[in-house]
Design a protein around this ligand. Structure first.
Ligand code: SF4
Length: 467
């Protein structure tokens, strides 16, 4: 099993420019969030609790709401598919595209598609899949990965973006943000016009009305559907909310929590393919509901994490994320949400991600900012416990460090010796530890002065004086 030291190592080795880019953007977003809530609400916690209750209610009746969503989408003329895992999801998307003779797809940002590695799969099968969110486009051109849920290139600066555009033929080196944006805009316009299909995720799926809601700040999701004849939605089963009126609460929370905005710039509501009397829009809409270990997470004692609306607020506030950056978490989701979600979504490979819940100081900041009131520190502790149980099951009971503790606490002589040894910690590492590895370990740790054993001495003296 890996240890949290891997994240520690990543934090030390990360390029300082990258670290400071992540730190400053995450801190600015966190500050904007605080200002937005303070400015607009007398009691934001009441809203967070309400949103958490709505999501928790939906999760506890997920079978009912999934069925309701399926029926509503079908009544609106959409086709509904269910995928048990990422591989099945990718295959369903490919089959739909092939059946409709689609060669090119324009795609808006979807963390689920990162989870299933959809772009690579489509490319392997001869489909040109183009990211249209500016950050995701740069990630795709650089063959990189997103390191933040809502700011995928939080780890890059504008000079890197200008170099990328220069290399890829989008224009000679120029790192002015306005020039970069204009170049991306003209490049993407061509892609929208050439594409056969638009692929999106969904921020929310409304079971009652069979609609998806998409929030973006670039308007790229609506362009993906403007000139294409087919719309495919891939969405995790946990994204369902019961009714349209719940959207008001969630739209207010997601914008303020993620970017400190009152409302995201573009909010789309899509309930089926184009109607007969509509001049434009895709003629088909396919909704693929994806499980990919979500039902296992729902059955676990960490099911609250499925309330997550992917706002990124817990990443922005987390001191570990800010230092270590998103790549330290070795998966689609970084930061506190990733430390819970990644081990759960790893299923039988839980051990490979069991170190992530340990990469937290348990300061509780993530819980305080979460718009759906997820008790992230509690979930981290439950996963630490699961990791400990699973590793001791494998290695047998009494494995270190609890095995050592068991010996010491049941044998007085060993306990006394350990107390005396503790005083070695008060000396400089070179004097206290003959072993170079222990010296290195001790040299980066500051301990408070060791004072163990005084109680026993005090008891002994007390006994003597009372005799
Ligand atoms: S866990 Fe909460 S704060 Fe973190 S991304 Fe999800 S909804 Fe946002």
């Amino acid at each position: 099993m890996k240890t949290y030291q891997e994240i520690d190592r990543h934090a030390r080795d990360v390029n300082p420019d990258r670290q400071s880019a992540v730190y400053s953007v995450a801190s600015a977003l966190a500050e904007k969030r605080v200002n937005a809530f303070q400015r607009d609400y007398a009691d934001p916690d009441r809203l967070r609790r309400l949103a958490g209750q709505i999501k928790q209610h939906t999760l506890e009746h997920l079978d009912h709401y999934l069925q309701m969503a399926e029926t509503s989408f079908q009544e609106n003329g959409a086709q509904v598919h269910f995928a048990s895992d990422g591989t099945r999801c990718n295959q369903i998307v490919l089959d739909i595209l092939k059946k409709n003779d689609c060669r090119k797809v324009v795609k808006s940002k979807s963390m689920l598609s990162e989870e299933t590695e959809l772009n690579g799969f489509l490319t392997e099968h001869g489909i040109d899949s183009v990211e249209t969110d500016l950050g995701e486009l740069i990630i795709q051109l650089d063959n990189d990965h997103p390191s933040h849920i809502i700011a995928p290139i939080i780890h890059k600066n504008r000079r890197e973006v200008a170099r990328c555009f220069d290399r890829e033929g989008l224009g000679d080196y120029n790192d002015e943000p306005e020039v970069i944006t204009r170049r991306a805009r003209s490049y993407l316009r061509k892609q929208y016009m050439d594409a056969d299909a638009g692929l999106t995720g969904a921020n929310f799926v409304v079971a009652e009305s069979g609609r998806i809601s998409l929030v973006t700040n670039e308007g790229n999701a609506r362009f993906c559907l403007a000139a294409t004849r087919l719309h495919i939605v891939i969405v995790g089963i946990e994204k369902i909310i019961p009714g349209d009126r719940d959207l008001a609460l969630f739209h207010n929370l997601i914008a303020r929590s993620g970017t400190g905005q009152r409302l995201t710039v573009y909010n789309q509501f899509i309930g089926g393919p184009k109607a007969e009397n509509q001049p434009h829009g895709p003629q088909q809409m396919h909704v693929v509901f994806v499980d990919n270990k979500r039902t296992e997470a729902l059955a676990s004692n960490c099911r609250e994490i499925l309330r997550c609306i992917r706002c990124g607020a817990c990443q922005n506030i987390c001191p570990v994320y800010r230092q270590a950056t998103g790549f330290a978490y070795r998966g689609t989701y970084g930061g506190p949400v990733g430390s819970v979600l990644s081990p759960l979504l790893a299923g039988e490979n839980f051990a490979q991600k069991a170190d992530l819940p340990k990469a937290s100081s348990l300061c509780g900041a993530c819980r305080d900012v979460c718009p759906v009131d997820i008790p992230i520190p509690d979930l981290l502790l439950r996963l630490r416990d699961k990791g400990k149980r699973e590793s001791s099951k494998k290695a047998g009971a009494g494995t270190p460090p609890m095995g050592i503790w068991a010996i010491m606490s049941t044998q007085p002589a060993a306990w006394k010796a350990a107390l005396r040894l503790g005083y070695a910690l008060n000396y400089p590492p070179t004097q206290a530890f003959p072993n170079p590895a222990l010296q290195a370990w001790r040299s980066v740790r500051k301990f408070p002065p060791w004072r163990g054993g005084k109680f026993r001495r005090w008891m002994k003296d007390r006994k003597k004086s009372s005799e």
